[in-house]
Design a protein around this ligand. Structure first.
Ligand SMILES: C[C@H](CCC(=O)NCCS(=O)(=O)O)[C@H]1CC[C@H]2[C@@H]3[C@H](O)C[C@@H]4C[C@H](O)CC[C@]4(C)[C@H]3C[C@H](O)[C@]12C
Length: 317
């Protein structure tokens, strides 16, 4: 499973990150797409990025297939599993802006600066069920897109594309996003405050300690539980100042929804776990990541690279 989170600092700079919960690697690494690149697409000719992008992905036939990415303008996107619900167009549609499912994160981050621009552009978009090459399937995803102001969730289903405003700034997996926003209402009694003593008959009940207001907070690895955890932590984390504290906030919030081996087995018996977490700070144009086995955070700053170049830059394998 995966979890995505977005928030902004006091100056309105985006912080956006995700956990990648799965059981096997695709050989992914951090890839920068500079403005001078010319990326072949299935239906749109070649894509010349308006904005340089950085994110985690694989490169297939010269195309960065991002799991998540962000751009220098402060817009970010992450794809999370949505099996059983995701349904993309079987073929391109005449008159539409046809984007293959694997191209979508790059197309969004390369083309737009804000969520408002994406929301508007999506009215003409059809996402087509097309794999990057033979040997790959079409990933059944939905997406969280965020900027310094807001976020949206994009879900393509049998009845078409839905674009939801995400007032909680988090996303996990199935079922569809509107279900999660209803379910989270079951947890509105959860509170951070230390409960005051209460009188019951002739007794006074006192909290055992901090966290007493959080009894009932869902601890499971299922998507609904992770959604509630991420939404609560994202809503209540105290405001922080500066890059280091905000990056810590991002990764600690993600950790609150992360998966440890030994918890959840997939249908084939393998344990699912948080293989890596990554995130982007628009304040410093820096992309951060850490893996399950190497929790020390690594980072790459877009300003350290020639963003006018033509070649994709592979930062780490
Ligand atoms: C498995 C990943 C999502 C993790 C997740 O949400 N797990 C949830 C588990 S569960 O169902 O809810 O149990 C997704 C996110 C991005 C996906 C990758 C990206 O879309 C890029 C390419 C796209 C190709 O079509 C398939 C390979 C692929 C390399 C994808 C493989 C896989 O589907 C990824 C890595």
């Amino acid at each position: 499973m995966c979890t995505g989170v977005r928030f902004a600092d006091a100056a309105g700079n985006l912080y956006f990150g995700r956990n990648l919960d799965w059981c096997e690697s695709y050989g992914e690494g951090v890839v920068i797409t500079p403005r001078g690149a010319s990326i072949p697409t299935q239906f749109l000719g070649s894509l010349s990025p308006e904005h340089a992008c950085v994110g985690m992905g694989i490169v297939v036939g010269g195309v960065p297939c991002y799991f998540d990415c962000a751009n220098e303008a402060g817009l970010a996107i992450a794809g999370l599993n949505f099996p059983g619900y995701a349904q993309f167009a079987e073929a391109p549609e005449k008159g539409a802006v046809n984007v293959a499912a694997y191209e979508f994160p790059l197309w969004v981050a390369a083309s737009f600066s804000t969520v408002a621009e994406v929301r508007k552009a999506l009215k003409d978009v059809v996402i087509v069920a097309k794999a990057p090459s033979e040997g790959y399937g079409v990933a059944q995803l939905h997406w969280l897109v965020g900027d310094g102001k807001e976020s949206i969730v994009i879900e393509c289903q049998a009845d078409g594309m839905h674009v939801y405003d995400d007032g909680l700034d988090v996303l996990t997996n199935q079922p569809p996003f509107p279900w999660h926003t209803e379910n989270v209402r079951n947890y509105m009694h959860i509170e951070t405050a230390h409960p005051e003593p209460v009188a019951w008959t002739r007794d006074t009940l006192r909290a055992f300690g901090s966290g007493a207001g959080m009894i009932g907070f869902p601890g499971g690895y299922d998507p609904a539980s992770r959604f509630v955890r991420a939404a609560f932590l994202n809503a209540h984390y105290p405001a922080e100042e500066g890059e280091a504290a905000n990056v810590t906030r991002l990764f600690r919030t993600l950790e609150g929804a992360s998966m440890c081996k030994g918890g959840a087995q997939m249908a084939d018996g393998r344990f699912e776990y948080t293989m890596f977490s990554d995130g982007y700070s628009a304040a410093t144009k820096t992309y951060y990541w850490c893996t399950y086995d190497e929790p020390a955070r690594q980072s790459v700053c877009l300003d350290d690279y020639d963003l006018n170049g033509a070649e994709l830059i592979r930062v780490a394998a």
